[in-house]
Design a protein around this ligand. Structure first.
Ligand code: GLV
Ligand code: GLV
Length: 322
């Protein structure tokens, strides 16, 4: 008998076929809506594996219901949606999708930085809305990217890929991270600083750390107040790292120049969210890793991780080691 797996979102057919070769698959059939909590709690009772999304909260209740569960495989590099300690205690392997999404997410981070600096979205709307009367000297002036100072919070895989992108723009790189990366400092001429120095000196502040309780609202009123008046905040990590109320005031009062956000404290962002009323913020619906190639690679990695665990082998990209 094949092991059973529940998939919490409709998958592309090619991925589903791969999974079906080795598992009996049951799947939530909707593409744009997360699985209903009650259904998840019921489905998990009967399966050996869970193929889940960052939109699913895999907490103690879910893990306790999964009495046969051997693997929880997340279609994301971040896994703050999963209670990993509880999974470990229950002997359940948790996996994520690092590596395959690194370059794509670094691309999007840099794209968001450029879009915010040069007011690309605002300028495009300006034209489409018929506001463009003439070329004019100080029209839609933004911030320069070349030669500017970028401060990166975190220096993991995606941050390192971002550093490579900054080199073509002759940017000066500062970084703040739990551990210092001396080898990279030589390769890329970047400087290790404390958070306060990074905030004071950077023209661009990019957040690229995983979310944990300790970094909740790491960037709040006090931190935003340290930033330069021309500075731009870019967040492609997790929304909870930034205090959105504080960010809203800083942007509204033009204490900083702008923000580019791919992630939010609450996703999807409520339609009446105050940040959505500001012209100096570029907002994206959490699409950091969203290229066709990369999303398929991520899904294939999830399938491989599930297969490996359910055939008694070690997964490629485990998060824990129960
Ligand atoms: C997306 O946010 C991911 O963690 O992969
Ligand atoms: C994620 O892959 C990171 O280390 O930034």
């Amino acid at each position: 008998m094949k092991p059973k797996v529940y998939v919490t979102r409709k998958l592309p057919e090619s991925i589903l076929q791969k999974l079906k070769r080795v598992c009996e698959v049951d799947m939530w059939e909707k593409e744009d809506v997360p699985v209903d909590r009650g259904i998840l709690l019921d489905k998990v009772k009967h399966v050996d594996g869970l193929f889940c999304m960052l939109t699913d909260t895999i907490d103690k209740e879910v893990l306790r219901s999964g009495t046969h569960l051997k693997v929880v495989a997340n279609l994301a590099v971040g896994y703050n949606n999963i209670d990993v300690d509880e999974a470990t205690n229950r002997g359940i392997v948790v996996t994520n999708t690092p590596g395959v999404l690194t370059e794509t997410t670094a691309d999007l981070t840099f794209a968001l930085l450029m879009a915010t600096a040069r007011r690309i979205v605002e300028a495009s709307d300006y034209l489409k809305e018929g506001k463009w009367k003439s070329w004019s000297p100080m029209q839609l002036t933004g911030q320069d990217i070349y030669g500017a100072t970028i401060g990166i919070i975190g220096m993991g895989r995606i941050a390192q890929a971002l550093v490579k992108r900054t080199q073509g723009f002759d940017m000066n790189v500062l970084y703040y991270n739990r551990s210092r990366k001396k080898d990279l400092e030589c390769d890329f001429n970047m400087t290790y600083t404390d958070l306060e120095t990074l905030l004071r000196e950077s023209d661009y502040v990019c957040i690229l750390i995983p979310y944990r309780a300790e970094v909740h609202h790491l960037i709040g009123e006090k931190e935003l107040a340290l930033m330069k008046k021309n500075a731009i905040l870019i967040n492609t990590a997790r929304g909870g790292i930034v205090d959105e109320n504080a960010l809203y005031s800083a942007l509204k009062n033009r204490r900083i120049f702008g923000a580019g956000l791919d992630v939010f404290e609450e996703e999807p962002v409520p339609r009446n969210h105050p940040l959505l009323t500001l012209s100096n913020v570029v907002t994206l619906p959490h699409i950091g890793s969203s290229s066709e190639t990369t999303r398929l690679k991520m899904a294939e990695l999830v399938v491989e991780n599930i297969n490996l665990v359910l055939t008694g082998k070690s997964p490629l990209t485990p998060v824990n080691n129960p």
